[in-house]
Ligand binder design. Structure first.
Ligand code: AMP
Length: 211
């Protein structure tokens, strides 16, 4: 099964992707995680991407398609995959079609900007394995400030700071939201209320996928 997770930053795409990996037994590709790893490793792609990411802007489509095209050719994608945070622009969606990718469903996680801004101020991330938690009690780590999965100290991502979140939401509305109509036209869009609890969103996604 090939699935796209759509939705603004902070809607819960990464959290739900982790659940869908277990359920569907397919890998997830998070372009955000891959870019952060590239920045950390100081690769050419990382150096190119950093300034865009720091300001909340999108990384250029050709950089993204380079990463994604390589990944999708890999053996691990033979039985399908989940795309988390990609495509982010109409051009990326069209490029996927040109690569011959046939999507089964585009799942749109719907949530208002005001709720996102409140959520992001509570988001804590693991800089080592990418796991995401909250500081407001909805999805806390077992030990405050420490990643449950790998034991690293949790941080607030630079791009989760309020002024950057504001930019990222503006970028989402201008460049990514048109994808909702794009996939609707193709009969692939399923929408889910992302303001619900993590478990309730997971149930709604399963239902939308007929599982
Ligand atoms: P994310 O973790 O998905 O919110 O991504 C973090 C940042 O990485 C975004 O704000 C963008 O700067 C960049 N990014 C991730 N995925 C993409 C994409 N598909 N296209 C362009 N930029 C991206």
């Amino acid at each position: 099964m090939k699935i796209i997770l759509l939705g603004p930053p902070g809607a819960g795409k990464g959290t739900q992707a982790a659940k869908l990996i277990d359920l569907l037994k397919v890998p997830a590709l998070s372009t955000g995680d891959m870019l952060r790893a590239a920045v950390k490793a100081g690769t050419k792609i990382g150096l190119e991407a950093k300034s865009f990411m720091d300001s909340g802007a999108l990384v250029p489509d050709d950089v993204i398609m380079g990463i994604v095209g390589e990944y999708l050719k890999g053996e691990q994608c033979a039985n399908g995959y989940i795309l988390d945070g990609m495509p982010r622009t109409l051009s990326q969606a069209e490029s996927l079609e040109k690569l011959g990718v046939k999507i089964d469903a585009a799942l749109s996680l719907e949530i208002a900007d005001s709720e996102i801004e409140a959520r992001m101020s509570n988001r804590r991330c693991c800089p080592v394995c990418g796991a995401v938690f909250t500081a407001d009690g909805t999805n806390p780590p077992v030990k405050e400030g420490v990643c449950d999965k790998c034991g690293a100290g949790l941080i607030i991502r630079d791009d989760d700071k309020p002024e950057t979140v504001h930019n990222r939401l503006a970028v989402y509305h201008a460049q990514t939201e048109p994808l909702i109509a794009f996939y609707k036209e193709r009969g692939l869009l399923k929408t889910v209320d992302a303001t619900l609890s993590i478990d309730a969103v997971e149930s709604a996604l399963k239902k939308a996928l007929g599982l």
